[in-house]
Ligand binder design. Sequence first.
Ligand SMILES: Cc1ncc(COP(=O)(O)O)c(C=O)c1O
Length: 457
Amino acid sequence: MSIGANSLGARDIAHLVHPQTNLQRHLQDGPIVIKDANGVWTHDDDGNALLDGVSGLWCASLGFAPERLAKAAYDQMCKFSYSHLYRHNSHEPAIELAEKLLSIAPPSMSKVHFQSTGSEANDVAIKLIWYYHNALGRPEKRKIISRHYAYHGSTVAAVSLTGKPDMHAQFNLPLDGFLHVECPHYFRNGQEGESEEDYATRLANDLESLIEEQGPETIGGFFAEPVIGSSGVILPPRTYFQKVQAVLKKHDVLFVADEVITGFGRTGKMWGCETFAIEPDLMSCAKALSSGALPVSALMLSDKVYQAMLSQSESLGNFAHGHTYAGHPACAAVALETLKIYEEMDLIPHIGRLSLCFAEMLDGLQDHPLVGPLDLTGLMAGIELVKDKETGEAFPANMNLGTKVADISRRHGLLHRYAGNRISFAPAYITSEDEIGEIGVRLHKSLDEAHAALSGT
Ligand SMILES: Cc1ncc(COP(=O)(O)O)c(C=O)c1O
């Protein structure tokens, strides 16, 4: 496609640096510029309508032009557009949002601390793990464990939790003291004849061995997404979290559940923690909290963490941490309106019904020669694209077939995510059953085209 002089594409190339983008390729290909949106459809400036099967970046749960959220932001900004929470300042939207979040949170959560992004929420969680153990007089308990292929964000500390090698390469990351254990991917990493439960036991034993090797007195916290999202929607093997939590409890290691993608119904229950019986000490959430309409994230804390923070701030004279936009009134107002809409739509039963149709659509793809095992929970799914359907033989990891399929899908007017040889879906909660069917039709065409290209037909 040629990029006209002074077009938005040319101006983009001249001025913008894009995240998670091949910068050299961008100079030639230019951007895909979105002009407007309607429900779960966006339109680019070439006039293409794109059906979004993954809610933008797993966030736009109420679609891309939710008028009520726009109005909530407008109304709040007409009252006051900025106020902060530093030094005892407060305002109604932040108070009400904290109250609302705790009313739907897992029972172990007792307080809420706001930020703007998922990365920040996880960064603060790391700081609070250190603050907590320092308060208890064990400053050496500061190493943090997460999993390979986990995604916890892009800031220096959050990306150190993240287990994606490409996000560490040449950035001098991860920071010291961040350790990674195996990605719990039964289909790829389970051994011949090993049951899912036995695989989970092996992973819990490996975690315990690492803690013992390092010395339990040096391990402060463990982070996990209830379902690994960005790396292609990978569900934990049965009994995994039950066994992992027993190890963490034994060695007094705090568990942080990263619910940035899985929160607010995505897995079929309000929280991934509920779906997978996790009792977190801290829990981060973002994305669907505001349907992605404005940036807001929250870190929820158990009482034991909060009590340690109380005693630290008492002895130091201040809880010396903060962000200018944490608890921003317009963002909080939009999040409150989002939660109100979820309530009105009776979110969890609604997702239960829509997920049946989603599962049926995915089931219709099972015979396709490229389609391998499916990971599915609620309105979140990952498909492994395989070379040999019978044996499950993988394509070479560096083939990145997921990227190629996503490019073809885009040409067929369908958006989804990809990671290596996996493709993933997380449709908005307002997607109609017809639109779910349409995702299936377009995906089938895209997979056919990818298959034909691979077999040279
Ligand atoms: C599970 C998880 N945690 C954290 C993040 C980081 O959130 P943000 O991009 O808002 O910093 C993401 C982003 O995709 C995520 O998927």
